[in-house]
Design a binder for this molecule. Structure first.
Ligand code: HAS
Ligand code: CU
Length: 556
């Protein structure tokens, strides 16, 4: 069996290569949890937009902030983390070869640690003991079991990532001197970024939130806790984004019948994310007093640098589309556009995601721009921003991938009928999100706050300007919920009812004529050193300042 594995390895773009059967079970387990989270989390989202429209009240004494917490935890943390780790396990098994028994056991251990943690946190949220709007954001305080539960989710994710990383290292040993399989390489970069980032939230939870919520200490330094949180928080959004980029770079070109524009460019963009995702968290704290303007400025500059790998990605996708279109004979500046496989949900959903990411990313640049941040910070504009980025660009790409991944893993087939259902869901999503997110952006510019229950603020004139936009949000949100129901219909079909078959796990080849990948991109030691240096430069002094000027006493 070992031998079969290594011939599959060599032909990393051999499209008969499959995810190993046992690995497929592990990947599928993650995907089940992700879609359960989509259902409950999506339902909570619907309740929120209805409440904020002013036309609806929650029954049974359920609180708005409790529902908001369930929505955020399930969609922002559970759906994403489980889908990512399931997809990545499948991706590594497909492109680097089956996991060893030991690696697979680690994978299952991590899965169960995460799942026990998720269940513990969920119970506390349901008991209304953790209505903290889903983050680790002091001075809002949750029951300690909630923090411990989410800490287990993080630890579990490290274990699953370790299993993937070990398989990659094994591949390198077996194939000395060769360029590593691109998709596995991307998985490892994403996991490294995740590990470095989660150290921040782990420190916050272990040193501050747990002792405080358990009553061992009476007070903690709020500014320090927020800084540790955002050290993690921005890289978190790229942990969501990079698996979507994996699909854009390596899967979508294959689906449209084209090739990867450049292997080296794809790797370089991932390395730039690894380096620049962490030392930028202060762009979430631009209005926070207590952090010196110089450090805010530095991190804003680094934030504008981390836009570059996304622009490289946009460039690369356009190039892939255009090359494919021209090879089919399309002419003119935009002739290639007609020749894309519009009716294939494996393409259409990620494509809608790409389009949404253009305004989503532009909004991000507005957010990061120091002065404009003053206008939009803590308004529902920000909610509009992340529903375009994570809740459209990222998740529609995940769904588009799930629709071939699930049948690949369980030996079924994505039929034409299911494909059409999926397209309907993608279009509903695009319509619902345009209305909801558009209304959120505009209301935010008028000052409508985020994370707040319906209120007329005592009949204030300003607040009355927001109402029509809040009703639009409810309309858009309802359409989105319909889209979620259709997506769940697709998933249920693919899990249990689709005909048996063998659905391909598409991975594209690199275009001929693309230059050879420089070996330095595969040298993680170099990047590790630069990463640690950047983090020290961006954070040492601000954290030292925060601790020194802390109302709880200084260390100096
Ligand atoms: Fe953000 C707040 C800045 C990207 C998520 N962001 C948030 C929050 C979330 C979030 C969840 O600087 C709220 C956190 C909270 O609860 O408080 N964000 C940025 C910047 C980027 C960015 C500069 N964000 C993301 C991504 C997210 C995400 C990605 C999730 C996945 N964000 C901020 C800032 C805040 C913030 C501030 C704090 C605001 C505040 O004050 O609270 C950049 O990475 C964006 C770069 C992207 C681009 C787009 C490139 C386009 C591509 C598509 C190509 C399309 C093709 C198809 C080829 C420049 C790659 C087109 C074909 C056609 C035919 C049209
Ligand atoms: Cu950010």
């Amino acid at each position: 069996e070992e031998r079969v594995v290594s011939t599959q390895v060599k032909a990393s773009v051999d499209n008969s290569a499959k995810v190993d059967k046992k690995d497929a079970k592990l990947a599928l387990a993650h995907i089940y949890v992700a879609f359960i989270a989509l259902f409950i989390g999506g339902l909570c989202g619907l309740l929120q937009v209805l409440v904020r429209s002013g036309q609806f009240e929650l029954p049974f004494g359920i609180g708005y902030y409790q529902v908001l917490t369930v929505h955020g935890v399930l969609l922002g943390l559970v759906l994403t983390t489980y889908f990512i780790l399931g997809f990545q396990t499948a991706a590594v098994s497909r492109t680097a070869g089956a996991l060893s028994n030991g690696q697979r056991k680690l994978g299952w251990l991590g899965f169960w640690v995460m799942t026990i943690g998720t269940a513990a946190a969920a119970v506390m949220v349901l008991l209304n003991q953790a209505s903290v709007l889903y983050t680790f954001y002091a001075p809002l305080q949750a029951h300690w079991i909630y923090y411990a539960g989410l800490a287990l989710v993080v630890v579990g994710s490290w274990i699953v990532s370790l299993a993937q990383g070990l398989r990659f290292v094994q591949w390198k040993k077996e194939n000395k001197g060769q360029t590593t399989p691109l998709l596995s390489y991307m998985v490892v970069v994403n996991n490294l970024m995740w590990f470095v980032a989660t150290l921040g939230v782990a420190a916050e939870v272990l040193l501050q939130l747990l002792p405080w919520s358990m009553g061992f200490v009476e007070r903690i330094d709020i500014l320090l806790s927020r800084t540790l949180f955002w050290y993690f928080g921005h890289a978190l959004v790229y942990f969501w984004l990079l698996p979507a980029y994996m699909i854009w770079y390596t899967v979508v070109p294959k689906i449209i019948g084209g090739k990867i524009f450049s292997d080296a460019l794809a790797r370089l963009s991932f390395i730039l994310f690894l380096l620049l995702s962490v030392p930028v968290g202060i762009h979430h704290q631009l209005t926070e007093p207590g952090i010196d303007g110089f450090w805010k400025f530095l991190q804003v500059v680094l934030t504008l640098f981390v836009v570059v790998p996304s622009l490289m990605t946009a460039f690369s996708m356009f190039a892939t589309f255009e090359l494919r279109g021209r090879s089919l004979g399309s002419k003119g500046l935009f002739g290639w556009f007609k020749n894309l496989p519009w009716s294939d949900c494996r393409f259409l959903l990620p494509f809608i995601g790409m389009v949404a990411f253009i305004p989503g990313g532009a909004g991000g640049i507005v957010n990061a721009s120091y002065q404009m941040n003053e206008l939009i910070h803590n308004t529902i504009w920000v909610t509009g921003h992340f529903h375009l980025t994570v809740a459209t660009a990222v998740v529609l790409t995940y769904f588009g991938a799930a629709f071939w991944l699930i049948p690949h893993l369980n030996g079924r087939k994505l039929t034409k009928r299911i494909n059409n259902m999926a397209n309907t869901a993608g279009i509903l999503w695009a319509i619902g999100m345009t209305i909801m997110s558009g209304a959120m952006h505009i209301a935010g510019l008028f000052g409508a706050p985020r994370r707040s229950e319906y209120s007329t603020y005592g009949g204030s004139e300003l607040a009355s300007e927001w109402i029509s936009y809040q009703i639009a949000q409810a309309v858009g949100g309802t359409i989105l919920f319909l889209a979620i129901l259709v997506i769940l219909g697709v998933v249920i079909n693919l899990l249990w009812f689709a005909p048996k078959g063998d659905q391909e796990f598409p991975v594209a080849e690199v275009a001929e004529g693309a230059s050879k990948t420089p070996a330095i991109l595969d040298n993680f030691k170099v990047w590790g050193v630069i990463l640690v240096a950047l983090i020290f430069i961006a954070y040492t002094v601000p954290i030292f300042d925060i601790i020194n000027s802390s109302p709880l006493g200084s260390v100096g």
